[in-house]
Design a protein around this ligand. Structure first.
Ligand SMILES: *Cc1c(COP(=O)(O)O)cnc(C)c1O
Length: 404
């Protein structure tokens, strides 16, 4: 360190790298003091200046420097830059949870009197957020069928300012035609927001198909190991830096540096995990299709999926989530779930550990039986979020549930 030799290496050109390389290399900044190889975890709430004048300059240019960790933090910035690069977006702001990312996007873009068109098949808390919280502030929301492009068009009002969806949907894995809906949103002058939680940029990049903004619950596959909560918003620099950043800086739904560090490590294996978990899910879906007790299997990687060709155009693989309907209804579903010993019985997903859920009595238990039926959440439906265990072990774990 006492050396007087000053060498400058050429900097890395990210634009020439494949996604697997971007996931490992993008966003890394080393401290001049130590040149640490792995990203440092900056657990500090504020940053110091060398003089009052430097502080004055820092506060006047709050976007570029480090002042206080509610605004920006080096570890959080590294995660933001890496995720932006992976999604093919210009900028990213990280938030304390996936819900905070959705709330932040709405607060940054909408005002009283605005209207949102939202897919009916989005995360339950997202529906609550648009309905019972934003509704109190004079924002109205219409819900449409995810895969019905005409319904998106028909729901547009003069005050429509945002389109919102997840694809594939949970738990029935319906696919939205991102390119077609982007055209409708664009013509309506509405910001097109896609929650890319299930596929992640490893499998699908909605910005490439015309979406304006990407939402992540980083809690799921970006961490991928069920450890910490976080979220992110990716999009154009003008939206992220001029609208989202001022809101986060002031309202404070900021991501912690510790969680950002965990996500940086998660992103390094994202591509490997998503490929393997998709392969495992496909093997399991194909096996389920052959079981006599199974009425239907929903998985975008199956040829029998209603939108197989659209999924193939948008996604590199089917993803890790599948669901299926058992002929014996709730009784058969509970029997199958209860006889497993390897799968975790939990409503969470996005983990290396496989989870098994009965949507009708858990994730969708607050939905009325009529609405549940209309949405295709039958009593025999079981959802599996496939992890990294060996597929033969997973099949053996489920097999007992099909024995007479
Ligand atoms: C979990 C989830 C969210 C919410 O994320 P949190 O990190 O739990 O706040 C949003 N969208 C989808 C699709 C999710 O699965």
């Amino acid at each position: 360190m006492a050396s007087k030799i000053t060498s400058k290496r050429r900097s890395l050109d990210l634009s020439k790298l494949a996604p697997e390389s971007v996931a490992v290399r993008a966003g890394t900044r080393r401290s001049q003091e130590y040149q640490e190889h792995s990203e440092a975890l900056y657990l500090t709430s504020s940053f110091c200046f060398n003089s009052a004048e430097e502080a004055e300059h820092g506060f006047a240019n709050a976007e570029s420097g480090f002042i206080y960790s509610r605004f920006t933090n080096p570890t959080v910035s590294m995660f933001q830059d890496r995720l932006a690069a992976l999604e093919g977006g210009e900028a990213c702001i990280a938030t304390a949870s996936g819900m905070a990312a959705i709330m932040t996007t709405a607060m940054a873009h909408l005002k009283a009197g605005d209207h949102v068109v939202c897919s009916r098949s989005v995360f339950g808390a997202t529906i609550q957020l648009f309905g019972s919280i934003l509704g109190r502030f004079g924002i109205t929301t219409s819900y449409v069928d995810l895969s019905d492009n005409k319904a998106w068009q028909a729901a547009v009002q003069p005050n429509t300012r945002m389109f919102y969806l997840e694809t594939p949907s949970n738990p029935l894995t319906e696919i939205a035609d991102i390119r077609a809906i982007a055209k409708i949103a664009n013509k309506a002058n509405a910001l097109f927001v896609v929650d890319n939680c299930f596929c992640t940029p490893a499998l699908q990049r909605p910005l490439d198909f015309g979406a304006d903004v990407i939402i992540h619950s980083a809690t799921k596959y970006l961490d991928g190991q069920g450890r910490v909560l976080g979220g992110a918003i990716v999009g154009k620099k003008s939206f992220i830096m001029d609208k989202v950043f001022p809101y986060v800086r002031t309202a404070g739904p900021t991501l912690s540096a510790f969680n950002a560090w965990v996500f940086l490590k998660g992103l390094e294996t994202l591509d490997l995990r998503m490929k393997q978990q998709s392969a495992n899910a496909l093997a399991l879906a194909q096996w389920l299709e052959k079981q006599a007790g199974v009425e239907a299997v929903y998985y975008p990687g199956l040829r029998s999926h209603r939108q197989f060709s659209l999924a193939k155009k948008q996604q590199k693989a089917g993803g890790a989530i599948l669901s299926f309907v058992l002929k014996g209804g709730k009784k058969a579903a509970f029997k199958l779930i209860d006889q497993t010993t390897l799968c975790s019985i939990t409503a969470n997903l996005g983990d290396t550990r496989t989870t098994i859920t009965h949507p009708a009595t858990t994730t969708h238990c607050r939905v009325s039986p009529e609405a549940r039926k209309a949405a295709g959440i039958s009593d025999g439906l079981v959802r599996i979020a496939v992890g990294l265990e060996n597929t033969d072990d997973l099949i053996r774990d489920l097999q007992g549930g099909f024995k007479k």
